[in-house]
Design a protein. Structure first.
Length: 262
């Protein structure tokens, strides 16, 4: 019992910080890769695509941190969406001074007319392939980076209710092709990374409530967290699998119009 009490007090500051959190800047909690991380740069490729676009839509911009940096030298029309009511005003405060419109809406039902963006970006925001293709202009590009199927697989034995992994890589790839896009690149990568301690993992689980439904780190899930820490802790920290994939699609001028989901 004393061990659980100590564990609760160790992670409590991370839980409280997560409850106060807004935006989507996670650098203080980023793990250290102990194997080669993803062999591509999402932001680098997004910056290249922005150079040839007149207008861009960023889906699920979070607090606008990444999109603000990408658009510093962009002179076209920039629009960002964010579904979470906490982050939407944060993104608006950051992006609107730069002339970027921020719309609070789901990325699965976009309130935009057909074929109105030359570039659509989505960094870890869920997409509906047909809906995304619908708003993409002929000749336009989609770039999305998403969490892969095996991320944090080491935690699953301790949390059976953890959301089942979905092979979004193949689902999105097929869906985009069915919506008329040509897949320019499709890449996936897994690697091991180490987190300094249990607190960093708890923080990330708290701000992503879809990972473990009804996550209760200070009470109901405390014992499972402690068992996971005992099992997974190494001399360097807690080692977990990271997994990402990248898809880039091109909409040709002759692509059939995607059916509207609105």
């Amino acid at each position: 019992m004393r061990d659980l009490t100590d564990a609760r007090e160790r992670i409590r500051p991370f839980v409280e910080r997560a409850r106060r959190s807004s935006g989507w800047s996670l650098d203080p909690f980023a793990p250290r890769s102990i194997e080669p991380a993803e062999p591509w740069s999402y932001t680098g490729r997004a910056a290249e695509l922005l150079q040839g676009a007149k207008d861009v839509l960023d889906l699920g911009t979070g607090g606008g941190e990444v999109f603000e940096t990408l658009c510093l030298s962009f002179t076209g029309r920039a629009v960002a969406t964010e579904p979470w009511s906490v982050n939407a005003p944060v993104a608006a405060a950051r992006l609107r001074p730069h002339g970027t419109e921020v719309v609070q809406c789901s990325s699965l039902r976009l309130p935009f007319r057909d074929s109105c963006f030359e570039l659509v970006l989505s960094r870890h925001e869920e997409i509906d392939p047909a809906e995304t293709a619908r708003v993409l202009a002929p000749g336009g590009r989609l770039l999305t980076q998403q969490i892969g199927v095996d991320r944090w697989q080491e935690l699953r034995p301790f949390f059976p209710r953890m959301n089942d992994p979905r092979d979004l890589f193949q689902r999105y790839r097929r869906g985009l092709q069915e919506a008329g896009l040509t897949i320019v690149q499709a890449r996936s990568h897994e690697w091991k990374a180490v987190y300094r301690g249990l607190g960093e993992i708890v923080f990330l689980l708290c701000i992503a409530p879809w990972e473990i439904p009804d996550f209760d780190p200070l009470s109901g899930d405390l014992a499972a967290l402690f068992r996971a820490e005992e099992s997974l802790m190494t001399n360097g920290g807690i080692v977990l699998t990271e997994s990402l994939f990248l898809l880039e699609g091109w909409k040709s001028a002759s692509s059939p119009p995607a059916r509207s989901r609105r």
